[in-house]
Design a protein. Sequence first.
Length: 125
Amino acid sequence: MSQSTRLLIIDDDAADQKLIRESIEKIGFEAEIILAFSGEEGIKKVNDLKPNVIIVLDTVLPGMNGFETCKKIKELDKDFKIIICTGIVDAVDAAKARAVGADDYCVKTADFMGLIHAIKKLIGV
């Protein structure tokens, strides 16, 4: 990833945001990491900052949930790459993630390896 890569993490849990950031940095990705704590804040940052590679969403957010947020972001620009990452393990969620336009779906784990693999796949690393 180049320095011009912008990665938006939308998650209402500051500890998870920190762990995701550390996991990304640990594998050597160089990116500007932008944080948002709600779907509404995430959409505003998408509009203002135009993250160009990946948007990581939690499904359970205050206000607008991750699925609604994903759908609204895809309505802004279908080319945004979105990964929905959640602690809720449910095949229905995976189908719902695809239905709202997510490019990938993974389950949150302590090491975030599923997320790292999803990011690598979407950017072609």
